[in-house]
Ligand binder design. Structure first.
Ligand code: 0A1
Ligand code: ZN
Length: 887
């Protein structure tokens, strides 16, 4: 926390190259929880690309003990030291600095820098945590070779790990021991890591495509060795996949994953020593759900893929964060899709991505923290690890592949590595590689990086039966965002197909297009504000299927009739648009019902749901030619958050009432079918997290949740039995969630669940989370849960499980009319900020959309925001979020 200076905004346009480059770093650690000594010897030389002569080192929350330059001890007059930097003016061209500092890892609750978790030492250096360990030019364009010597008590910390290869280890006096590590690759400081801990590992030798053997390890606390198989399997799959899809090989002899229970984010790609939140490592059928398994596969893949996209080629500055994150998310998405291997499996992963965008990224892009994929400014970089930089960034990368084709994309990747291996570069360099490798001009595509906001694409169509022409007229607009009043047109790939009357894809002939004969999906390139695309030889008025596979991160407006949507919902060969048609049918109705509830003062007494919609739902539910996973997605109604985003003035209670009415009505009307599908989609035998089984469980549990909206005795019994007999966490927790949401008495079941899993931190997180997100849980109940002995604000997973799930996933209670939950929010942003600013700032974002709520709520939300803003000692993290919300 910084209290001694007002926050500064940092601008991308102000980038200057570093005055000095670092060639080598030798670090020595004498590890002690209260008093760790760090000896740092760095060799620097003047950067020919800079005219400046000052050495500027960053340092925060560390005590300088001694400083030598070229062997000479420096006195206080030889350098400038403030709370954030150490500057040596007019330094010689070649410099060796020897810096000794002290820090207190056990006091470090921010979980940035060197800290202690459950008695073990860990580091987290991205984005600017290395400066909390030693003085250093802590910026990603300074890449150096590191050698690290670790010393610690042998009995307490038997395992000593750092980046690269272990080159020496042995015993010291006083029961201490040491290990020396050397990383053969140049890296930026944010990729440094160490672990000193009592841990055990699962390990394996793995043979790479070129025949080299490498050692793979997954390190966990002793009791968790039965939960490492899936992470290890995912790591091996990731290595193979990157070899096959991108011809990228593991460049080290050893690759380690270490799990830690206290962690701010999901995981971290430190060179050769990935440090993971336990949530994305530990799994066995008893403790982890299908979603947890999928998360582990994706995150293990993500961190591994960073080794090339992030580590070998890194970012010039933090404004380029999406260069590594957007690309690496895209890579992990493709990996997960390829692991399923089927077309519908791929589509199911794509639909999940679309849901995330709509649930989180579109709202961010329309709110006070809106920023381009490559931001122009920030106060605190940690606030920019966002869904925009990650998920929208991945969409931008995906669009290259959509525009250039898979082979063209691969050529671009190859050129990117050929040009930039070992460098720190910009998003523009990636775009240039894609363009140059394919002989394309991607100049306009740059706007995806520079302009914030979600573009809206509006489609109109006209059919000329005489000339057999079908025209699609596309236009685009994008609302203003902070500092960007007028937007220029984006380069938008819009994949289109046309359906005939019997639902078949029509072969397409685009006027002026160069497409394969018989193609049934064509990517239109919308580059102007408005463009007309003409399809020839169209024998009947078709139903257009626009934005297939969600080919761009935009909102599509088209005046579909219900009949057209029903036609697409039954027949579209593109599963994403098939799903989308169902979502549009549901959304139209949800918005009408919500308006009716609001007009009736909150009552659902006179609501009606049309049989057409119910029958369409029935048809999907019972269509056994469709994958269970797809049917489940098609039957989930748009979330309350997504509905809220469609409204000018949000009334969370009315939304909740309308959506519950719809669920109850569907549950009652399809009761027989739901019961039949519930039984038809059981997965007997040993648990396996494969996509087919997971899809069946998802559909079965969705059926259960529908049956449990207003359950009778038999249905309650079904849930209870599932809870008692479940052989895996997916089924067990789904049954418990259904019971909690139904409002039925769940006390003994919750108790029983807790007792069974008291010793499993990640399951206790679930226990808090499922209660926090239930519409039956109000703020008073959340406060009561906070008094539970297992609750603590200090552990981010635990804080998120209860507090964030309440503020972000329980809208009808969070927006209780009396504003009591807003006070709760303010209180905990403040409390968390004193412990961990990064986590506090994430919680602060729960108020992003406050201006869109009904006036009475808005006033109370504003008060809560002002209450936080009025605090004297806020971190820059929270200050940035709150002041942008109030601006
Ligand atoms: N680079 C990591 C994410 C990450 C970012 C910041 C962290 O600490 C502040 C930790 C992890 C990733 O993309 O996986
Ligand atoms: Zn990442």
């Amino acid at each position: 926390m910084r209290t001694d200076s007002s926050p500064q905004t940092i601008f991308r346009k102000d980038y200057t190259p570093p005055a000095f480059l670092v060639d080598t770093v030798e670090l020595g650690f004498d590890l002690h929880p209260e008093r760790t000594i760090v000896a740092n010897r760095i060799t620097l030389r003047q950067n020919p690309a800079s005219k400046r002569r000052d050495i500027v080192l960053h340092g925060e929350d560390i005590e300088l003990v001694q400083l030598r330059m070229n062997g000479q001890l420096l006195g206080k007059d030889d350098y400038l030291l403030d709370h954030a930097t150490l500057t040596i003016k007019k330094a010689p061209a070649q410099v060796v600095l020897e810096i000794e500092t002290l820090c207190a890892p056990v006091q470090n609750t921010t979980l940035s820098g060197l800290y202690v978790s459950n008695g073990n030492f860990f580091t987290q250096c991205e984005a600017e945590g290395f400066r909390r360990i030693t003085f250093f030019p802590d910026r990603p364009d300074v890449m150096a070779k590191y050698t690290v010597m670790l010393r610690a008590d042998k009995a307490s910390y038997p395992v000593l790990l750092s980046n690269g290869n272990l080159i020496e280890q042995g015993d010291l006096d006083d029961g201490r021991h040491y290990a020396k590590w050397e990383d053969p690759f140049k890296k930026p400081s944010y990729l440094f890591a160490l672990v000193a801990a009592r841990l055990v590992c699962q390990e394996e030798t793995f043979t790479l495509a070129d025949g080299r053997d490498v050692l793979l390890q997954v390190w966990v606390e002793e009791g968790n060795l039965d939960k490492t198989d899936y992470a290890m399997q995912s790591l091996k799959n990731s290595i193979r996949w990157d070899e096959e899809r991108f011809n990228l090989e593991l460049d080290l002899d050893r690759f380690m994953i270490v799990a830690v229970g206290d962690f701010n984010m999901g995981a971290m790609e430190n060179k050769g020593l990935n440090i993971f939140n336990t949530k994305f490592v530990l799994a066995n059928p008893r403790t982890a759900t299908d979603i947890d398994y999928a998360g582990i596969e994706a995150v293990v893949g993500h961190e591994y893929f960073h080794n090339w996209t992030g580590n070998r080629v890194t970012c010039r500055d933090w404004f380029q964060l999406s260069l590594k994150e957007g690309l690496t998310v895209f890579r992990d998405q493709e990996f997960s899709a390829d692991m399923i291997g089927t077309d519908t499996g791929r589509a199911v992963t794509r639909i999940d991505q679309v849901r995330t965008l709509r649930q989180a990224q579109f709202p961010e892009d329309a709110g006070p923290m809106s920023h381009p994929v490559r931001p122009d400014s920030f106060v605190e970089i940690n606030n920019f690890y966002t869904v925009t930089v990650y998920e929208k960034g991945a969409e931008v990368v995906r669009m290259y592949q959509t525009l250039l084709g898979r082979d063209g994309f691969r050529k671009g990747m190859d050129l990117y590595f050929k040009r930039h291996d070992g460098q720190a570069v910009e998003c523009d360099d990636f775009r240039a590689a894609m363009a140059d490798a394919n002989g394309r001009d991607l100049g306009q595509f740059e706007r995806w990086y520079s302009q914030a906001g979600t573009p809206v694409v509006t489609a109109r169509t006209r059919y000329d039966a005489v000339k057999r022409n079908f025209d699609i007229i596309l236009s685009q607009r994008c609302a203003p965002s902070a500092g960007q009043q007028d937007k220029l047109p984006f380069h938008i790939p819009v994949a289109v197909g046309l359906l005939g009357a019997s639902g078949q894809d029509l072969p397409l002939t685009l006027e002026g297009g160069k497409h394969a004969k018989g193609a049934t999906t064509i990517v239109l390139e919308l580059t102007e504000q408005e463009q007309i695309f003409r399809f020839r030889n169209v024998d009947e008025r078709p139903t257009p299927s626009i934005l297939r596979d969600f080919s761009a991160p935009v909102v599509l407006e088209y005046d579909y009739t219900d009949d057209e949507l029903l036609h697409l919902f039954s027949h579209d060969s593109d599963p994403v648009n098939r799903w989308e048609a169902g979502q549009r049918l549901a959304m139209e109705r949800l918005l009408k019902l919500t308006a009716q509830v609001a007009a009736a003062g909150g009552s659902d007494a006179n609501l009606k749901l049309d049989p057409t919609f119910i029958n369409a739902q029935r048809a999907v539910l019972t269509d056994e030619t469709l994958d269970a996973a797809f049917r489940e997605l098609a039957l989930i109604l748009p979330s309350e958050t997504i509905i809220a985003e469609q409204m000018d003035v949000v009334d969370p209670q009315a939304i909740h009432t309308a959506r519950q009415f719809m669920r109850r009505t569907i549950g009652a009307a399809l009761k027989e079918e739901l019961i039949a599908q519930y039984h038809a989609n059981q997965t007997p035998g040993d648990y396996s997290p494969d996509a087919l089984s997971a899809g069946k469980r998802a559909l079965k549990n969705l059926c259960l949740s529908y049956l449990m909206v207003a359950p009778d005795m038999a249905e309650l019994k079904l849930a209870q039995q599932q809870f008692e007999k479940a052989g895996n966490m997916t089924d067990r927790s789904a049954a418990l969630v259904a019971m909690i949401h139904s409002g039925a008495a769940t006390g003994p079941y919750l108790q029983n669940f807790y007792e069974d899993f008291e010793g499993e931190a990640l399951v206790v997180d679930k226990w808090f989370a499922m209660q926090a997100a239930a519409p039956t849980t109000n703020v008073a109940a959340v406060r009561q849960l906070m008094a539970h002995p297992a609750f603590t604000l200090k552990n981010p997973n635990r804080a998120r499980s209860l507090i964030f799930n309440f503020t972000n996933a329980n809208p009808s209670q969070f927006h209780a009319a009396d504003g009591s939950a807003y006070d709760f929010w303010a209180e905990h942003v403040i409390k968390l900020d004193a412990i961990n600013p990064q986590v506090a700032a994430r919680l602060a974002r729960a108020m992003d959309r406050w201006r869109r709520y009904a006036p009475a709520l808005q006033a109370k939300m504003k008060q809560a925001l002002e209450k936080v803003a009025a605090r004297a000692k806020l971190s820059n993290d929270v200050l940035e979020v709150i002041s942008k919300a109030l601006a």
